[in-house]
Design a protein around this ligand. Structure first.
Ligand code: F6R
Length: 366
């Protein structure tokens, strides 16, 4: 049931504020400044003492893992590595009993992710899962884990499962940082409070849907697109590019903005839309100079900006506003306009957004 929406993907994009709230349920307690992750309770002392965390997934789930790498190293001060399941399983990874391996999978049935799980378990690591499907193979074979509570996701392009994964990973990071004593009480309480505000801010972004559709009209005939971001918004840029290529078949690449000079800048001309995730955070000045470099070569810049940022309006071709948030929580907001942009471009091109060609919802063969 599409609940009045034209496609499942659009319905699922619009469900995200609720998905985040559902993922908070029983876990985020802003009134007590507390986070409870029942599924990890018995193994948490071992996680807190781990020498390293390795996070593994494919596709969109791998992007969520990359965001967690920034968050965990920043707040919990624990070394993190992120790997594609398909690479990890065929390397000879060095793992030991002090390592924690987290497998992320919406379906819990992705063949490469399950193979990585079994390899990590054989090597004696503590193996945890972040998964959306209750009772899936991944949830059965991991030692402990957290469910994402996104509900059934029907659109082949993952949207609400991603925000739910990032929500769980953010809760996990804060809980771990608190347990390890690597975050101050003030910052922890602030983040818990700010996290509780994210669903409301997500709803505000969804109100820009028509505006985003109008931006999509301008770029629907693009052949290529580049997505740029820095910090946690670099994986968000990759996720935006993945959404566009999956459902619209436009070739798109997500890049760390600072890497632009090292290659992709050669692509910039007056036919190239460049989507820049550019909120007013610690990287703002750097991202402005990236935007200037694109403009100097006549690229079209679509910027995702902090509400009320008039400066970037003048510098760019189109802006899409997102509410101000704690920078650590920005991925949960910034991804929404990128999903909507991909969706509208694909619909305008007449593509089957819910079932794009050549793709399966769950990749159970390698
Ligand atoms: C992208 C997408 C895929 C999946 C990937 C992993 O929109 O849906 O890239 O993210 O196939 O699937 P799960 O998370 O089920 O292991």
């Amino acid at each position: 049931d599409k609940n009045g929406f034209e496609h499942f993907m659009l319905k699922e994009i619009f469900e995200q504020p609720q998905t985040i709230e559902d993922t908070f349920k029983g876990r985020l307690k802003p009134e007590y400044s507390d986070i409870v992750l029942g599924g990890l309770h018995h193994v948490f002392p071992r996680i807190a003492k781990a020498g390293r965390i390795v996070i593994i997934g494919c596709g969109t789930s791998w992007h969520a893992a990359l965001i967690a790498e920034y968050l965990l190293e920043d707040f919990a001060q624990i070394p993190v590595e992120v790997e594609y399941a398909s690479e990890f399983r065929y390397r000879k990874p060095l793992l030991n009993k002090n390592d924690v391996v987290i497998l992320i999978s919406q379906s819990g049935e992705t063949a490469d992710t399950l193979a990585a799980l079994r390899l990590a378990r054989e090597k004696g690591a503590l193996v945890l899962g972040i998964c959306n499907v209750v009772g899936s193979t991944l949830s059965r074979e991991t030692e402990a884990g957290v469910y994402t509570h996104a509900g059934v996701e029907i659109g082949v392009a993952s949207t609400k499962a991603f925000t739910a994964q990032v929500t769980v990973l953010t809760l996990f990071t804060l809980k771990l940082a608190k347990t390890r004593g690597t975050i101050s009480d003030e910052e922890y309480s602030l983040l818990v409070k700010e996290l509780a505000e994210i669903p409301k801010k997500g709803r505000a972004i969804l109100e820009n849907n028509e505006k985003i559709r109008q931006v999509a009209e301008k770029y629907k005939d693009a052949v290529n697109a580049l997505y740029l971001g820095r910090g946690t918004l670099f994986p968000v840029a990759m996720e935006g590019a993945l959404k566009l290529k999956e459902i619209s078949y436009i070739h798109a690449e997500g890049y760390a903005a600072g890497e632009m000079k090292h290659g992709p800048i050669a692509l910039v001309d007056d036919n190239l839309p460049v989507v820049v995730v550019a909120p007013q955070d610690a990287w703002y000045e750097k991202i402005i100079s990236n935007i200037q470099e694109v403009k100097a070569r006549k690229g079209n810049v679509i910027a995702i900006v902090t509400e009320g940022d008039t400066g970037l309006k003048e510098l760019t071709d189109d802006v899409i506003e997102i509410p101000r948030s704690h920078p650590a929580l920005a991925p949960l907001l910034a991804v929404i306009p990128l999903q909507l942009l991909a969706y509208h471009i694909a619909v305008l091109r007449g593509c089957n957004v819910d079932q794009p060609r050549n793709l399966a919802k769950s990749v159970t063969v390698e």
